[in-house]
Write a protein that binds this ligand. Structure first.
Ligand code: ADP
Ligand code: SF4
Length: 687
């Protein structure tokens, strides 16, 4: 190991337990939780294998009045939940890691849609989520019950084998934080008013939890020091600091961050710098004698070592960097820094939790597949009988497929039509805020370039005859997809009428640096994912006037899943875009476009000099179609050429194809369909 990083591998005491090093996977959701306990345990165990000293689970409901359904988070409602969580603690222990559980009562953030219990809050309030049920202000009996639920859950957590038990006050999602916040807590009794009173419940729960877990487990407090709302919310310099001073040495560990979740898990588009939370959180080390963990999408070992050396943090906290590379600590330890798969800050992992499905990651296609498909991020089966494979297309799907085939030991030829590698990743990565996305390409290119069994050709647009001329019988076609120029998208299933002359562009034009003519660009976003919003930012920054038209009720609606939507819409408004929501494009040109209300059909004209259609993509299958009748042993379409989707899906497709190549069909099928089936035996319905 490089001496510069030795400090990162010092053991650190946390109350009664010892972490083997300073790499700390803070709690993060997986979209698995109580519905997929084996899969969830598989995620955490892989990180323990990869060298993390502490692996935490996700927010874990202590009681049915904190029911986050339909989102599958952790659950410790009663003792029947213990065996599922023990899968995780056993897995972590097997590989020398401590395991932590993030106990939570979500207060008015829990809609209790499954349990149908009333929601609780310090004072009467509407639900945090868009549901009709309001939360009721708690009386003293409610508070006593809440404390008992926390105590009982802490005992169950200890019995499940956790080494660290969390009390959680962050993200505006937990009742203990709601009590702290003056706008949520309007009580007039000893739990409201002055900050000391608002901190009372948190202090009591910390003390109760300590008593419940005894002296075998450590007690951690996750606390959001700043809400990034200025004077409207808690600020690190004022009440945030005061809370830390009030509770300084009560927990065994402070896990500090900023609130809400969109600030804590800010994307690289809006928080490009590593360590972006430290200006808010690094005072905590000066106030408490207990170890402090902080986050900020750390992926650079030099930065991490500097954080510890300068006394800003004791532990390097990570959620997303540990998802992108579960073996990050071991790679630093073993001097393999250039092999780290750095998080790109895209929040596709977050989107899976927000859509209630198992976690996925753009950089790490094995994430979430540890148990279901038995995938390991660093290991892959050796090759079968064949010797060679050809991959056509050097975008994310082709690069990943080629890299994994090469790791398996095949002789790999990779051909790319353009002079530049990376396909959509290099093109989208050149747009404002998306520079970190190029890491998808950089990581794979670096790996491929080290391998003697890989030949790489740029500027090689292969025809079917040229492919056959290479005499490689196994071919993977990753030729991507092209943005449509006819306007067909989610809303319009027929081409949009073009009445008169108008410059009509697509994202591919802009990304190959073809500029629109001077004047106003009308961007028509019927894709509704992220790209139109990014292109709007780009064109506004380049000095164009922009009219943004979309049939959706908000700009880039899918980005609510990546926690970016508000920021995107704000950015467009602040930069002067003329936004038309709930509007479909009905005809183009001359000099104007006609747009119509998606409800009433009432239409209006918008003057513009060009139209940028961001609607749908067509799969590039010409090469694949021509090869289909040419008798190759293997011919497989992967990535966007198979299904236009996210970059994460293209990487996954390339990875999956490389693993499946010459694998036993029964094994592949069994892995893919490994599911966690509900136990029907426990309580049969009596009728
Ligand atoms: P994906 O996301 O599936 O990887 P991309 O569109 O990012 O798809 O990348 C596809 C790549 O394939 C592009 O860089 C494109 O230049 C390349 N490509 C397309 N057709 C050919 C071809 N016939 N020969 C070589 N490369 C090709
Ligand atoms: Fe990072 Fe994106 Fe992977 Fe999440 S999905 S861990 S943000 S690379």
């Amino acid at each position: 190991m490089d001496d510069r990083y030795a400090i990162l591998f010092e053991p650190v005491q946390i109350g009664p337990v010892t972490a083997r090093n300073r790499f700390y996977q803070v709690p993060h959701c997986t979209g698995m939780g109580h519905l997929h306990p084996r899969a969830d345990a598989g995620v955490r165990e892989m990180k323990a294998r990869g060298g993390w000293a502490v692996v935490s689970n996700q927010e874990t409901e202590i009681h049915p009045s904190s029911d986050l359904s339909p989102f599958p988070e952790g659950r410790l409602w009663d003792a029947r939940d213990i065996p599922a969580l023990r899968l995780m603690t056993d897995g972590a222990r097997k590989h020398g890691a401590l395991s932590a559980v993030e106990l939570v009562h979500n207060g008015y953030h829990a809609a209790n849609l499954g349990s149908r219990m009333p929601a609780f809050a310090p004072s009467e309030t509407s639900s945090h989520l868009l549901t009709p049920g309001q939360a009721r202000g708690m009386d003293k009996t409610d508070i006593r019950n809440l404390r008992r639920w926390f105590r009982d859950a802490a005992v169950r957590a200890r019995d499940a084998g956790f080494d660290i038990v969390y009390v959680y006050a962050g993200h505006r999602m937990t009742i203990l934080q709601h009590f702290l916040l003056s706008d949520c807590n309007q009580r007039t009794d000893e739990y409201g008013g002055a900050l000391e009173n608002r901190t009372r419940l948190l202090r009591e729960v910390l003390e109760d939890t300590r008593e419940a877990i005894g002296d075998t487990c450590a007690l951690a407090l996750r606390f959001a020091v700043d809400e990034m709302m200025g004077a409207d919310g808690m600020q690190a310099a004022e009440e945030g600091r005061a809370v830390v001073e009030l509770l300084a040495d009560l927990p065994d560990l402070w896990d500090v961050n900023v609130s809400d979740w969109s600030n804590d898990s800010a994307t690289s588009r809006f928080a490009p710098n590593e360590g972006y939370q430290l200006p808010y959180t690094d005072f905590v080390k000066q106030v408490t004698g207990k170890p402090v963990v902080g986050v900020g999408r750390f992926t650079s070992a030099d930065n991490m070592a500097a954080m510890v050396r300068k006394g800003r943090l004791d532990f390097i906290g990570a959620a997303r960097p540990s998802i992108a590379d579960p073996f990050l600590p071991n790679k630093i330890k073993e001097g393999r820094i250039d092999e780290i798969r750095e998080c790109i800050g895209c929040n596709i992992c977050v989107a899976s939790d927000n859509t209630g499905v198992p976690i996925r990651c753009t950089q790490n296609p094995t994430m979430g597949e540890e148990w279901r498909r038995g995938w390991h991020p660093e290991q892959i089966a050796p090759k079968g009988d064949a010797e060679a494979a050809l991959v056509v297309g050097g975008g994310p799907a082709g690069l990943e497929c080629a890299m994994q085939l090469a790791r398996r030991g095949y002789d790999v030829t990779l051909a790319e039509a353009r002079e530049e590698w990376g396909g959509r990743v290099s093109r989208e990565g050149a747009l404002p805020g998306l520079g970190n996305w190029r890491r998808v390409m950089d990581y794979r290119l670096h790996d491929l370039q080290q391998r003697p069994n890989v030949q790489m050709f740029r500027g090689s647009a292969l025809s079917a005859d040229e492919v056959l001329g290479l005499e490689i019988p196994n071919v993977f076609v990753a030729t991507g997809a092209t943005w449509r120029r006819d306007g067909i998208g989610r809303h319009a299933r027929r081409p949009i009428e073009q009445i008169g002359a108008m410059v009509v562009m697509t994202p591919d034009d802009i990304m190959t640096e073809i500029q629109p003519p001077p004047g106003r660009v009308l961007i028509y976003d019927d894709d509704q994912i992220y790209l139109a919003g990014v292109l709007a930012d780009y064109l506004l920054a380049a000095g164009h006037a922009v009219s943004f038209v979309t049939p959706a009720p908000i700009v880039s609606p899918w980005t609510e899943n990546t926690l970016e939507q508000t920021r995107i819409q704000r950015s467009l408004i602040e930069n002067g875009a003329d936004i038309h929501t709930n509007r479909a494009l009905s005809s183009i040109g001359p000099q104007t476009c006609r747009i119509a209300c998606t409800y009433s059909g009432r239409s209006e004209e918008v003057a513009c000099t060009s139209v940028l259609l961001v609607t749908e993509r067509t799969r590039n299958t010409t090469l694949f179609d021509a090869l289909q009748v040419r008798g190759l042993e293997t011919l497989q379409l992967i990535g966007d050429a198979s299904q236009p989707a996210l970059i994460a899906d293209a990487v996954y497709s390339g990875h999956s194809a490389a693993r499946a190549f010459q694998a036993d069909a029964a094994t592949i099928e069994a892995e893919f369909y490994r599911r966690e089936i509900i136990d029907l035996m426990e309580t049969p319905y009596a009728g």
